[in-house]
Design a protein around this ligand. Structure first.
Ligand code: AMP
Ligand code: MG
Length: 472
């Protein structure tokens, strides 16, 4: 076989209690949907013209150098602690170290049952695989830290959900799949030795400057604060911010019923399973603090005197809302052309958001409209906007390069939900052309392109997607 993945595996050298060794389950008729050639190159992968590539990325052939395993973790799901989750439908093939010196996981998702599958079939259907592929690559192009999509393959098998649907496997790449829930599982079991091993591994891999649990916690908090503000600046709603879906590296991970908002409303929820809005657009900034408190709790047992550390750890967690506010202000001030905001500028942003909310204005098109003077068109009655605009223009008069600042903070294109749904429906019928079109369109989201104007429009009333569903 000519396909060569330069594996350099470290997780597989950790103690047995961290994972279960398991190979992907073969499927009937693998066929490749897409392979991300630039990403493959970054990972040092060679020989992509190998006729067996589909076999590898559907899980039928384990590539040379892989040490396939399913990782153990736990997590709070909608606030309820689940003591054992783990990769129930994913297998880590191994890691590569890129030319940039960064170690990355290569993982198959939807690759069959593992010892952590519980009642599940270990499979994924085509819809969530293609959604994760398109949305994670779009997030990357938007500049948001995220797992990447390396490949997608059909399995030639059906998976049964509400109805039989075509099965698929996603190959994804992450700086690691360490989650808050990975720390929780060992902490909850009282396995301090394993927790210490995990801590040392995570520090070496992600935060080599973090000397102790408190500075490690701080480093993760900083990454997550920046991440959530970045999401919010594009109207992104993750949908399932359980602690097992919250990455230690600070990347967006586990795309499920995620979506980008069309018209602005802070309480927007798309996920069909989020009935109480725990993970609504605006709630994300609060829930991440809760998630970091769970990480802090898990880290306590690494302290010489855990009891005495509760207070300082709590105080540390209480610094996070301000961290998020600062990140939020930086991101949103840039959206209105202010590179170096003062605290007063927050008001200018929230005033605009309030106007947008009242008018059901499109989030993306209103902000982008500030760049080309079309924002006003987003309001049925522009009186309020005109007033706001006067104050805004006076403020940015004194700013240098505000046009450039706005152009790089306000995308022309986001993966709108109705486009994703349309793409999935076509792919289920065997037509992947929309999938390829979206991937290519979203690779340059800040560049206006008349040929892609149709992708800028919000959904017509009959196109609105009210709810998104997990792949489970
Ligand atoms: P997720 O909603 O993707 O974050 O998954 C939550 C947990 O359920 C993880 O432990 C998954 O591995 C597991 N899981 C989700 N779908 C399946 C499935 N079809 N088969 C087995 N396990 C699954
Ligand atoms: Mg998950």
């Amino acid at each position: 076989m000519t396909l060569q993945i330069p594996f350099d595996n470290s997780y597989a050298t950790l103690p047995d209690s961290f994972y279960a060794r398991v190979s992907p389950e073969p499927v009937k008729a693998p066929s490749l949907i897409a392979i991300n050639t630039p990403l493959a190159r970054e990972l040092g992968i060679d020989g992509l013209d190998d006729p067996d590539v589909a076999e590898v990325f559907a899980g039928n052939t384990v590539p040379q150098g892989a040490s396939p395993l399913a990782q153990l973790y736990a997590g709070h799901q909608f606030g309820q602690y689940n003591p054992q989750l783990g990769d129930g439908r994913a297998v880590l093939l191994g890691e590569t170290v890129g030319a940039d010196g960064i170690r990355r996981d290569i993982q198959l998702k939807g690759s069959g049952r593992t010892p952590f599958s519980r009642m599940g079939d270990g499979r994924a259907w085509l819809g969530p695989v293609l959604r994760e592929y398109v949305v994670s690559e779009a997030m990357h192009a938007l500049g948001v830290p995220t797992t990447r999509a390396l490949a997608a393959a059909r399995t030639g098998e059906r998976v049964v959900r509400e109805q039989p649907l075509p099965g698929a496997v996603l190959t994804r790449v992450a700086q690691s799949h360490l989650r808050v829930g990975t720390f929780q599982v060992f902490s909850a079991r009282g396995d301090t030795k394993a927790l210490q091993t995990l801590f040392d591994y995570a520090v070496a891999r992600h935060y080599p400057d973090a000397a102790d649990p408190a500075s490690f916690l701080n480093a993760v908090m900083r990454k997550q604060a920046a991440l959530i503000a970045h999401w919010m600046s594009f109207g992104f709603i993750h949908g399932v911010m359980n602690t097992d879906n919250c990455s230690i590296s600070g990347e967006t991970i586990d795309y499920g019923p995620c979506a980008f908002m069309d018209s602005y409303h802070p309480e927007t929820v798309y996920s069909s399973i989020d009935r109480y809005g725990r993970y609504s657009y605006a709630a994300q900034a609060d829930i991440i603090v809760w998630n970091m408190a769970q990480l802090a709790t898990a880290l306590l047992s690494l302290m010489p005197d855990p009891e005495a550390s509760v207070e300082p750890f709590t105080a540390q967690i209480h610094t996070m809302p301000d961290m998020i506010r600062a990140e939020w202000l930086t991101r949103f001030a840039a959206k209105i052309g202010i590179a170096n905001p003062t605290p007063d500028d927050a008001r200018l942003v929230t005033d605009l958001l309030t106007l947008m909310q009242v008018s059901d204005a499109d989030f993306t098109n209103t902000f982008r409209g500030l760049v080309d003077d079309t924002a006003r068109d987003q309001f049925d009655d522009p009186t309020g906007f005109d007033q706001w605009s006067e104050g805004w223009k006076a403020r940015i008069d004194s700013e240098d390069g505000s046009q450039a600042v706005m152009s790089t903070a306000n995308p022309v294109l986001i993966p709108r939900n109705h486009r994703i749904e349309e793409m999935i429906q076509a792919a289920v019928l065997g037509d992947d052309s929309l999938f390829h079109r979206l991937n290519s369109a979203y690779s340059a989201p800040f560049t206006p392109n008349p040929a892609l104007a149709d992708l800028q429009h919000p959904p017509r009333p009959n196109e609105v997607v009210q709810a998104t569903f997990c792949g489970t």
